[in-house]
Design a protein around this ligand. Structure first.
Ligand SMILES: Nc1nc2c(ncn2[C@@H]2O[C@H](COP(=O)(O)OP(=O)(O)O)[C@@H](O)[C@H]2O)c(=O)[nH]1
Ligand SMILES: [Mg+2]
Length: 392
């Protein structure tokens, strides 16, 4: 499963974002517990279900009126403060929690109501732009520290006649998500001495920064838009980085209200419908939230996760079926499964994602929309419905 980590300074709203995003308001069929452990849970990205092209909506657990929710893992990382890579605040153990993450949502308090350490100050008195770079910086320097600590091993290996820098670095950094292709691309763009013994701290730091940028892309959640001065949000949106305005607290309120049938709202909707059974106070709060959502296009929480998966990680959703005509599995369930795969994936990759036995037994694949056989090299597209013919 793809894994997204929430990073940022204390009190930015990470835990609120996490709680809202991991609430099981869609049925979590394969995952009996939405919380994997204290700060690791199942969340979803939202996409359009192919069932929208058919007469009837599908009956998949994670599809609601054609809004399809595909599971990902979400990690709530405890607050980072400047100097964390040197052990400040809660330090390295929390940076280590980012090791397995495929992408990062950097939650920033856009209201300017917390200082650089996350302590409350008057709203608007801290510039949230200052909170963006330090998270990147802490991650870069944390990884640089890891490269430093492992460099002696590289130097030792370089004395062997069959030493290969690419192989050595791939071995060191594959745990962070840098495979042979990523390492080759990074080394091509980097200037460095041939002999690892000649590398200095700057060489290792440049390597670490590139590896971090490649393996841990970041989307900024400009949070607390419900109270933030518009000007702050606009300045964040003007940055040359992906930024999504969010109100985590608004999303949490909506999910709870939807659970209690006070509103009609599905995660990622741009607006909400207020039900009849709300109190005056509830109506007032929901009206305010509706205004904020109208201004920014929703609460943004779902958008931030979608952006991480579909844009930063460049993934697509593919739907394997057994019956190409009915788009169903063997028991008649329409579009029962959805899988996230990187662009460039083929039907063979999809087969292996479903099950290694299906991959091993792969014979050919059929595009269920056209009922035509597709080549093994066909590159899957968003929303593809594919029948895999396999010996197992
Ligand atoms: N106004 C507002 N407050 C928020 C929002 N998100 C979080 N908060 C509040 O900010 C405080 C810190 O939130 P928390 O999620 O614990 O932050 P964390 O330390 O980053 O995990 C809490 O009082 C939240 O209720 C938001 O979107 N708007
Ligand atoms: Mg927290």
């Amino acid at each position: 499963m793809l894994s997204i980590a929430l990073a940022g300074k204390p009190n930015a709203g990470k835990s609120t974002f996490y709680t809202a995003s991991t609430m099981a308001d869609v049925d979590v069929a394969n995952y009996p517990f939405t919380t994997i452990d204290a700060n690791r849970g199942v969340s979803y990205v939202r996409t359009e279900c192919p069932c929208l092209e058919r007469d009837e909506r599908c009956n998949a657990d994670n599809c609601k009126d054609g809004k399809r929710y595909v599971p990902i893992e979400l990690i709530d990382v405890a607050g980072l403060v400047p100097g964390a890579h040197e052990g400040k605040g809660l330090g390295n153990q929390f940076l280590d929690a980012l090791t397995n993450a495929d992408a990062i949502v950097n939650v920033v308090d856009a209201s300017g109501g917390t200082n650089e350490k996350g302590e409350p100050v008057d709203v608007g008195s801290h510039d949230p732009l200052e909170d963006i770079d330090f998270v990147e910086e802490e991650m870069d320097l944390w990884l640089a520290g890891i490269v430093d600590r492992n460099w002696e091993g590289v130097e030792r290996a370089s004395r062997s006649p069959d030493f290969d820098l690419d192989d050595e670095l791939t071995e060191m950094l594959s745990g962070f998500g840098a495979g042979p292709t990523e390492i080759a691309t990074i080394l091509r763009d980097l200037e460095y001495p041939d002999d690892p013994i000649q590398w200095d701290d700057d060489h290792r730091e440049s390597l670490a920064r590139e590896v971090r940028a490649t393996t841990k892309p970041i989307v900024v959640a400009a949070n607390k838009i419900d109270v933030a001065p518009d000007e702050n949000v606009e300045r964040l949106l003007d940055l040359d980085k992906p930024v999504i305005p969010t109100t985590a607290e608004g999303e949490l309120a909506l999910r709870r209200a939807a659970e209690n049938d006070l509103v009609a709202y599905d995660p990622g909707d741009e607006s909400l419908e207020i039900g009849a059974d709300v109190s005056d106070a509830q109506r007032e709060a929901l009206d305010d939230l509706a205004d904020t959502m109208a201004e920014w296009g929703g609460t943004g929480v779902q958008d931030a996760l979608d952006h991480a998966v579909y844009e930063l990680l460049d993934h697509l959703t593919a739907y394997p079926v057994e019956d190409a005509a009915k788009w169903s599995d063997g028991s008649g369930n329409v579009l029962p499964d959805a899988f996230l795969l990187p662009h460039g994936s083929t039907p063979v990759d999809l087969a292996y994602t479903v099950h290694s036995d299906i991959g091993d037994g792969y014979l050919h694949a059929v595009d269920a929309r056209s009922s035509r056989e597709i080549s093994d090299e066909y590159e899957l597209e968003e929303g593809d419905v594919i029948k895999i013919v396999s010996t197992s």
